[in-house]
Each structure stands twice: as structure tokens, then as C-alpha cells.
Design a binder for this molecule. Structure first.
Ligand code: GLU
Length: 439
């Protein structure tokens, strides 16, 4: 069965880059009728926080990216220990003792000599007594011994990919304090949970190479891998520093609609155009990982504005009922109010301003040359207003003042709403409870 996973570390809020990973894995699983696992990579007890676990679940739920099961690495430590034991037994996991400073020095020397800064496997050359002495002195940690061959896979996005294992340092799998690192934990989980496809960012390509060898050393078969390109800003600039402001909860707070975000991210960086979808099923149906490319993908938050607006413009009053109720629109007025403002909002947050206008009226905007005209018109505006008031009133004002067209309507709109643009005045006028331009 097709099985994918989204595996965030609960060390912060998930952002737009994580969403790309989550969404692709989700869509692959759903399209195949398979299973989507939410895996919490929480082996680091210092940096992992429960509040982030909750936040991740909340953000995915907001988007409708539902998982079939949740797994936590912190609950599977014996499994990783068993795998480490197997690797030790087969001679693929070896103890090393260099401090970060010593490693740094080695790297500098290698670079000076024009050599790649790859770990020199000094740990392998130690005798048992040397090892014991170092262990007592500073404690050891553990590296996986790569087989120095080319590691190849057919990447579902990048195509044929190959990395020379000799150009990569033997990865550290277990720290001196015994903490199992992501590289091993992830491999054990992917194998034991039957993961068939791993989609993640291009920054994981080297991890993939080493993980393929670890999987094989543990007697498993590598899943399919896909590495999506990194997101950049609209000008191609690195997004890494701005990702903090592009967390899903920030986007949500800025009024972005889930389907706007999902529609964009399901297509951005692929050969297919972005199409606004209103149902997850359509996104699933239209998704194909093979359509994505390796070129960096430009993300512009501004693209979410028209998509969000289009989603809202297509909503019915019933679908907006909770929002209308929340800002205090009485039930009987919700449908007419929604019809009046729907085309004039970009996000749900804009509703409030329009409702306040209805309740409190707007600070009138009256140009000096229109002052007399507006005063005259306001004197004619009836106390009770219905759907026909605007046309009857403006006809009367026209007759009385001789004004017509823009010169007639625009000063009235500005006097009543304080704005040059906005909803159809005929429909808005009956909803206006306060008219400040009356003076
Ligand atoms: N916890 C890892 C990360 O967030 C998961 C990477 C993976 O998908 O294997 O980078």
C-alpha cells in the first residue's frame, strides 16, 4: 500500500516550505488510496516542545491535511537501539571520539591541501585499548561506515541521481549522550512503517544517499524518493530568513483561505498552471509529482490575495454564516449584507469594516465644490430606506440640481461611505443605519 509520511521536528511552527513537503506527501497517499502518517521527529528532548506538536496538528487540521495515524519517535527509542545494535554487529557502526574542534582542524587541513573535507575514519584505526582510554576520557559517539561506491536512485522529481559515497563523511547516527539522531531514526521508521514514498526538500539529497545505504545495511529496500526544489522569494532571493513570517499560523492570521494556499502550493513549481480548487478531491485528482521540476520555485505571498478573494466571492451567505454572526450581523440581515459586500472583500477580516460602516456610518468625504449639492441631496434622503430608495432619491436629486452621471453619483457615494469605490449603492443604502453626512 502506498504510504507516505510528513515528519516535522516539533521545534517551531510549520511554514510554507514545510507545507510543500506535507502537501505533496499527503496528495500522493490520497491519490493512491494509501496511508498518510504524521510522524513527529522528537528525538531531541531539549529542542522538541509539546506546544509545537499541538500547533503542527492544529495547522494541518486547518488545511484539511488529515493523517491516518500519528507516530512519535520519542516512543520508539528501543527500535532505534535495536537497529544500532544490528549495525554494530555487522561492522557498519563504529565508535569515534573527535571533538568538534578536532574535526574542524582536520577539515581545515584537508581544505588547505585541496582535498574534500570528508571524515578520515581515524576512529576505525584505533586499537581496543586506545578506544577504552578515549571512552574513559571523553566518551565516544557513533558513525555509520559508508560503502565507498556510487549511490544511485531514480528521483521522482530529479530523475536519475547519483552521489559518490566517498565524497560524503560517514554520518553520525548516535551522539555521545546516547541520543539517536534523525538519520537513523528516520530510516528505521520508514522501514518499519512501510513507507513507500519519501518526498522532502532538496536540502535532504545527501541524507537520502546515506540513508539508502543504511536501509540496505539493515536488510531493507529503499522507498521511492522525491526531492522538491527549495522555495525562494519572488525575486529568487533566499527565503530561509523570512520563513519565520511565513508560518501557516501567520498566513491564517492574515486571512489566507486554506484552499487558496493549497491550490497554489499543489501546483507551484510544476509544469501545470495554478488552478483555484474548492475541494480537496480536485487537488488530489489533479496532482502528479512527475510534473514538478528541480529549478528553485518562486513563492510570492501576494499571489494568495486574489486566490483568497476568489474563494470568498464564491461563498454563499450560509457558508459565511458563522463569520457574519461573529461580527454581530443579525440573522435577517446576513444574506442581504453578504450579497452587498461579497465582491468587496479580500479576506474574511474585511467583513468587519463593512459592517461597522452599516452600523456607525462613515466619516463623510465631501469636496468643497460639492458641499452645497450634498447638503441639498441629504435633505431629500428619506428616513426609511429600501431597495428602491437609491434610484428614486438620485432621480429626485438629479431633477432638483441638474447634476447627472458621475457628478451626481460620486459625491453621494463619498458622502455616505467615505470612499470612492465600494458595493452597489442601491443595495447598500437600506443597510446603512447611520448617515453622518446628514450633519
Ligand atoms: N524531521 C526531518 C525534517 O524536518 C524530516 C526529514 C524527512 O522527511 O526525512 O527535516
Amino acid at each position: 500500500m502506498t504510504t507516505t509520511r510528513f515528519a516535522p521536528s516539533p521545534t517551531g511552527y510549520i511554514h510554507i516550505g514545510n507545507l510543500r513537503t506535507a502537501l505533496m506527501n499527503y496528495l500522493i497517499a490520497r491519490k493512491a488510496g494509501g496511508s498518510f502518517i504524521l510522524r513527529i521527529d522528537d528525538t531531541d528532548p531539549e529542542r522538541s516542545k509539546e506546544e509545537y506538536v499541538d500547533a503542527i496538528k492544529e495547522d494541518l487540521t486547518w488545511l484539511g491535511l488529515t493523517w491516518d495515524r500519528i507516530e512519535r519517535q520519542s516512543e520508539r527509542l528501543e527500535r532505534y537501539e535495536a537497529a544500532a545494535e544490528a549495525l554494530r554487529a555487522s561492522g557498519r557502526l563504529y565508535e569515534v571520539f573527535e571533538t568538534p574542534t578536532e574535526l574542524d582542524l582536520k577539515r581545515k587541513k584537508q581544505l588547505n591541501m585541496g582535498k574534500p573535507p570528508v571524515y578520515d575514519r581515524a576512529g576505525l584505526a584505533l586499537s581496543e585499548s586506545e578506544r577504552e582510554a578515549l571512552r574513559a576520557e571523553r566518551g565516544g559517539y557513533w558513525r555509520f561506515k559508508l560503502d565507498h561506491a556510487r549511490i544511485e536512485w531514480n528521483d521522482l522529481i530529479g530523475g536519475e541521481t547519483s552521489i559518490d559515497a566517498a565524497s560524503v563523511s560517514d554520518p553520525v547516527l548516535i551522539r555521545a549522550d546516547g541520543q539517536v539522531l534523525y538519520t537513523l531514526a528516520s530510516v528505521v521508521d520508514d522501514m518499519e512503517m512501510g513507507v513507500t514514498h519519501v518526498v522532502r526538500g532538496a536540502d535532504h539529497v545527501t541524507n537520502t544517499a546515506t540513508q539508502i545505504q543504511i536501509i540496505e545495511a539493515l536488510g531493507g529496500t529503499a522507498p521511492g524518493f522525491a526531492h522538491h526544489s527549495l522555495l525562494t522569494g519572488p525575486q529568487g532571493e533566499a527565503l530561509s530568513k523570512r520563513l519565520g513570517t511565513l508560518s501557516l499560523r501567520d498566513l491564517r492570521a492574515r486571512g489566507v483561505e486554506p484552499m487558496a494556499l493549497l491550490s497554489l502550493m499543489a501546483r507551484l513549481g510544476s509544469a501545470d498552471p495554478v488552478e483555484l480548487r474548492s475541494e480537496m478531491a480536485e487537488l488530489i485528482e489533479g496532482f502528479d509529482i512527475a510534473r514538478f521540476g528541480t529549478a528553485p520555485t518562486k513563492f510570492d505571498e501576494a499571489d494568495l490575495v486574489p486566490l483568497t478573494a476568489r474563494i470568498l466571492h464564491g461563498m454563499s451567505a450560509e457558508e459565511m454564516d458563522a463569520d457574519l454572526a461573529r461580527i454581530g450581523v443579525p440573522e435577517a440581515e446576513r444574506a442581504p449584507f453578504w450579497e452587498v459586500v461579497r465582491e468587496n472583500i479580500e479576506t474574511r477580516a474585511d467583513l468587519e469594516g463593512w459592517w461597522r460602516l452599516c452600523l456607525e456610518g462613515a466619516e463623510p468625504v465631501i469636496d468643497a465644490e460639492d458641499a452645497e449639492f450634498v447638503a441639498e441631496a441629504m435633505a431629500l434622503l428619506p428616513e426609511t430606506r429600501d431597495a428602491d430608495t437609491w434610484s428614486a432619491w438620485t432621480a429626485q436629486v438629479k431633477e432638483k440640481t441638474g447634476r447627472k452621471g458621475r457628478g451626481l453619483f460620486m459625491p453621494l457615494r463619498k458622502a455616505l461611505t467615505g470612499m470612492e469605490r465600494g458595493p452597489d449603492m442601491g443595495a447598500l443604502l437600506p443597510l446603512l443605519k447611520t448617515i453622518r453626512a446628514r450633519g
